[in-house]
Design a protein around this ligand. Structure first.
Ligand code: C5P
Length: 395
């Protein structure tokens, strides 16, 4: 699902050294099939010349409020009409301040005010400029005005200092823009997910766990948020960063995960169990570290609650989705699980095709049969799963 194909993006470039990354971003957008109109401020043109953007976009760059190419003299309005998004990258502290206060004294600031498409900004500035209370006030105001603020990142700056204020890289901006263009198929819906492994403690330092990376669950949480849902993610111990706009609840054991899910469940429209929940836990957690010395050690295990089955069995159950990671006979086991746990949908994959990695190949099993999704990165697979959930919920 390439949301850029045949769509027009307006890219605003203001006066920061990160303007060179904007040139790379344009290249990525054009390669993905987007038409890109670049509007530069006078300061922006000091960093990267209009000729560079013109060559990359195949279109002349917009710089003047009174550009004669628009017969009606209304470039400040017409340029964003029909555009999928307006992204200002880099956005300087000065430009953010103008935007927060509604100034419109050049083409780009006027475009931002007169737009009828989403506005995204990628701040780029010295760390102290970013931390300055005035900038922080302006950014808070922009967020309150529904402007998406992308970044900034932490790291080394052009001035030699280290801190927050670096503009995101071109690929990151591309991904963020792509995410923001996703169809809002879950708008108004509340989605609860589990992700990652669980950790069943044996003693204060050891436990039983598994190799689930949490990547698929996090990708799905992100895809649900991109589709407009209000998302809560209950996760076992993983290192992944929380997707933007997602409420994260960290847990360790299966029992903690179950309790967190039950607390968050009221009012949810969808429950997606992605977590690799341990089927068993030690009957007793030793208060002290277990010492070696005996030739054998017997662990007594007891069954954990099946969180998904418990949620799906409730009379007020939300739309329930499960995962089936199998090493063989995928269709038989996945469909069996769907029926046994009373699920609307099971996402099945062969463990050799996905566990731990960044890509995945899955088949969706629902009441109508099996639907194969093409192998892709987990973020793309997650979008495909969300589209399928949304279409089933519409029926
Ligand atoms: O039965 P199996 O463990 O293979 O089912 C996998 C599905 O059930 C996954 O969606 C998983 O998140 C969920 N599950 C659960 N609680 C368990 C075991 C599995 O929610 N104790």
């Amino acid at each position: 699902m390439n949301e850029f194909q045949g769509r027009r993006i307006v890219l605003g470039v203001t006066g920061g050294v990160a303007a060179y990354k904007a040139a790379e971003l344009v290249r990525l957008l054009v390669k993905a099939g987007a038409e890109v109109d670049v509007a530069m401020t006078a300061a922006g043109a000091q960093f990267v010349g209009a000729a560079t953007f013109q060559a990359l976009t195949g279109r002349r760059v917009w710089q003047a409020l009174w550009d004669e190419r628009m017969d009606n003299g209304m470039a400040h309005i017409d340029l964003t009409r029909g555009a999928a998004a307006l992204l200002v990258a880099p956005a300087t502290a000065d430009f953010l301040a103008k935007l927060a206060h509604g100034f419109a004294d050049d083409l780009l600031s006027t475009l931002c005010l007169a737009r009828d498409c989403p506005l995204l900004v990628a701040p780029a500035m010295n760390r102290q400029m970013w931390e300055n209370p005035a900038t922080q006030r302006n950014v808070a105001q922009l967020r309150a005005d529904a402007v998406s603020v992308l970044g900034p990142a932490h790291g080394e700056q052009a001035c030699g200092e280290v801190g927050d204020g670096r503009m995101l890289e071109a690929q990151e901006l591309f991904d963020e823009l792509h995410a923001s263009l996703q169809a809002k198929t879950l708008a108004g819906k509340r989605v609860l997910l589990t992700a990652g492994p669980t950790f069943e403690a044996l003693d204060p330092v050891r436990g039983l766990t598994n190799s689930s990376s949490g990547k698929m669950g996090f990708a799905l949480a992100r895809a649900c948020a991109e589709a407009g849902a209000e998302v809560t993610l209950v996760t076992g111990p993983v290192t992944s960063a929380t997707p933007r706009g997602v409420l994260r609840v960290d847990v360790k054991s299966a029992c903690q995960m179950r309790d967190a899910v039950m607390r968050a469940l009221p009012g949810q429209d969808v429950f997606i169990g992605v977590a690799a929940v341990a089927d068993y836990r030690p009957r007793q957690e030793s208060a002290q570290k277990i010492k070696k010395g005996t030739a054998t050690l017997t662990l007594e295990l007891e069954a954990n609650p099946d969180i998904l089955a418990e949620v799906a069995a409730r009379p007020d159950a939300p739309f329930c989705v499960g995962f089936a990671a199998e090493s063989q006979d995928l269709a038989k086991y996945a469909e069996g699980k769907r029926v046994a746990k009373k699920l609307a949908l099971v996402v099945g994959n062969l463990v050799q095709d996905g566990l731990g990695g960044d890509s995945n190949a899955v088949t969706l099993f629902d009441a109508a049969g099996a639907h194969v999704l093409p192998p892709a990165e987990k973020s793309e697979v997650a979008r495909g799963i969300v589209a399928h959930i949304a279409s089933l919920m519409e029926q």
